[in-house]
Design a protein around this ligand. Structure first.
Ligand SMILES: [Cu+2]
Length: 669
């Protein structure tokens, strides 16, 4: 069973357990002793089953079980043991006494179960529920405040239940300020409520004053105290001159709202660069100087340009509030960088990107090598295909209908697929064997030919698929939609053998960690990292942009309260990324490609895999590493952009680099 499945099983068993404990308490209260006894047994079994599930989960990583092992199970264990000791013998005796007529073993009038039995059963239910709430609302790491709140809520609920269960039936006695029981009902409610309010209040205040902008060092040295050595990101700019033989590629991109007419005739209200979606493709040859002036006509949120996967100087990175001010309507900003990396990339706004990118503020960036791959005399077809979803419709390039193209048999075809959405896409290429030549812009080492195998393209990711055009049609199927996608036909009209129309929905998925051939890498799993950061991704209650939210969290925090990760230039940095949640998180570090070391403890065994966006699926644990060679302050976030907006974003900061901007990348405005 996968870790994600185990997490779901544990949630379900916990919920069933909560239900069984409460049902046992309720049936005991209504004097159905035999039924209550059965439910108590079921609740016990479910609680024991949890011990097994949690033990297996613990084997997958401490991050998955910490709060269960430290708090949830002990709390439940104590309450369940008390329930067995207190309610068990009494229920058993009552069940024996009861007439066998009813299947539920209802007691005869006057034969009451003591209130302590009901209270102990319900308290076990409160404990089980509190454990589940800590898992769902607080997660990892468990804090004293979460434990305190959970413990006090259970105690308060138990006290309150005891008070209600033992209250005299005579309402006059209840109304008396002091019923002679030491505590009035009001006193109990006050005490119970006070415990909860005090612990919640303490934590709330604690959250508000939690220090923001603190730093984690990943085991390396802390910030240097040398004064005068600081460099501002505003000074870390790209540019210079083109390499010998290169040219200047000048573009002006104007961000503005526009009504865009798709191929089907459908019109969408989009946010565009130059009135089109995708924005104008930017292409260059290695060594060219790319100069892009971004103007904002009327995007009220403001815009920036981020060069996704392209390791530009930090001042060109387009992170608003960190590397530049956002570009407001009427303003402009000029980006410059040398195109020294060949491959398939893309650009998009990084300001309120969960809205802006979704509505159309994106385009492709393709840099080709000075000497093209393969046979120079061969005919080529090179298609860049950004896949984007507008209001539920998949648009490939600028087409919401199937794209039809012809190609001469033998043509070297390269399909550059870019996922500009926040969700992954399933890709299948039918009608020809193919190779995945590059992932995230970086060539794979000796990638083998595959056929009948689908690919999962993560949000933000890119795959270059290459093949020689066969004498029959080829189909690119996206998300198993055979009516859409791309169809290539040989130009001689052949194609009787149309395997391109086959159903690809059952194809297995290629595992890139086992694809291609190993090659030398500058560092690997055995290399000693200078710094090691662990990021545990989850959902929980956290502050996001100064407001409490049910956030997408990293180590229990939300942006901008997640501590910056500090690195020094030259460091070998390792990340462990753990997904405790039930959603996929495509992790994206700006400014650096990361080398995949392992996933779920299994080392990467194919071609070295350098990624800028890796899909961390529920329950997965990824180990990646990179060399800190690009000084700056870099966003490090989930590329499911709504998740980033909901808090799943932090900064990786080089020692000695400062920002003159406000320092906190805004998530929403
Ligand atoms: Cu995410």
């Amino acid at each position: 069973m996968t870790t994600g499945q185990l997490i779901v099983v544990d949630h379900l068993v916990t919920l069933l357990g909560v239900t069984a404990w409460f049902a046992a308490g309720a049936t005991a209260a209504t004097r159905h002793a035999r039924l209550a006894l059965g439910l108590l047994a079921a609740a016990l079994l479910l609680s024991l089953e949890r011990v097994v599930t949690v033990a297996i989960l613990a084997g997958r990583g401490w991050w998955f079980v910490q709060e269960k092992v430290v708090l949830g199970l002990p709390m439940l264990g104590v309450a369940a043991a008390a329930a067995v000791v207190i309610a068990g013998p009494r229920l058993l005796a009552a069940a024996r006494r009861s007439p066998g007529a009813g299947t539920s073993g209802g007691l005869v009038p006057g034969d009451e179960l003591p209130a302590s039995s009901v209270v102990s059963l319900l308290t076990a239910g409160y404990a089980a529920l509190a454990g589940l709430m800590v898992t769902l609302l607080a997660g990892y790491p468990l804090t004293w405040s979460s434990a305190l709140i959970a413990g006090s809520v259970v105690c308060a609920a138990a006290l309150l239940t005891a008070r209600v269960a033992t209250a005299p039936a005579d309402p006059a006695a209840v109304a008396a300020p002091d019923g002679g029981r030491g505590f009035s009902r009001r006193g109990f409610i006050g005490l119970a409520g006070g415990v909860v309010v005090a612990s919640t209040g303490t934590t709330g205040v604690g959250l508000m004053f939690a220090p923001a902008g603190s730093v984690v060092t990943g085991g390396g040295p802390g910030p240097s105290t040398r004064s005068g050595a600081a460099v501002s990101v505003a000074q870390l700019r790209g540019g210079g001159a083109p390499a010998p033989g290169g040219t200047r590629r000048r573009h002006v991109l104007t961000a503005r709202t526009a009504t865009v007419r798709l191929a089907s005739g459908r019109e969408i209200r989009a946010w565009t660069f130059d009135g089109r979606v995708p924005g104008p493709p930017i292409t260059a040859t290695v060594g060219d100087l790319v100069e892009v002036t971004l103007r904002n006509a009327d995007i009220g949120d403001g815009v920036t340009l981020h060069w996704h996967g392209y390791d530009v100087a930090c001042g060109e990175d387009g992170a608003p509030g960190v590397t530049q001010h956002l570009v407001a309507p009427g303003e402009e900003f000029a980006y410059r960088f040398r195109a020294d990396q060949a491959g398939t990339y893309w650009y998009h706004t990084h300001q309120a990107s969960h809205r802006g990118v979704r509505r159309g503020l994106y385009g492709t960036l393709v840099v080709t090598p000075r000497r093209p791959h393969g046979d120079a005399s061969a005919e080529r077809l090179d298609l860049t295909l950004p896949v984007h979803t507008f209001d539920g419709t998949v648009v490939i390039g600028d087409r919401d209908l199937r794209t039809e193209r012809t190609a001469r048999t033998g043509t070297e075809v390269r399909l550059r697929l870019v996922d500009t959405d926040s969700e992954p896409h399933r890709l299948a290429l039918a009608g020809t064997p193919f190779r995945v030549a590059a992932v995230d812009g970086r060539d794979l080492h000796r990638p083998g030919e595959v056929a009948g195998t689908a690919l999962r393209l993560p949000a933000g990711g890119r795959y270059d698929l290459v093949f020689a055009m066969p004498s029959a049609p080829v189909a690119l199927v996206v998300d198993d939609d055979r009516a859409g996608g791309l169809r290539l036909r040989p130009d001689d009209g052949a194609g009787a053998d149309d395997s391109a129309s086959e159903d690809t929905s059952g194809w297995p998925q290629l595992d890139l960690l086992r694809y291609g051939t190993p090659a030398a890498v500058p560092f690997g799993a055995g290399s000693r990292a200078d710094r090691h950061f662990t990021m545990v991704l989850d959902r929980g209650v956290a502050m996001v942009d100064g407001r409490p939210a049910y956030a997408q969290t990293v180590n229990g925090g939300g942006h901008p309260s997640i501590p910056d990760q500090l690195v020094a230039e030259g460091d070998l940095v390792r990340f462990t990324v753990v997904n405790r949640s039930l959603e996929t998180h495509p992790w994206h570090l700006h400014g650096h490609p990361v080398l995949v070391l392992s996933r779920n403890g299994t080392p990467s065994s194919g071609s070295p895999l350098w990624l800028d966006t890796f899909d961390v699926r529920p329950g997965e644990v990824w180990e990646v590493a990179f060399q800190a060679t690009n000084p700056g302050i870099w966003m490090n976030h989930c590329h499911n952009l709504p998740h980033a907006n909901q808090g799943m974003m932090l900064k990786l900061r080089y020692d000695g680099v400062t920002t003159p901007f406000d320092g906190a990348h805004t998530t929403s405005m």
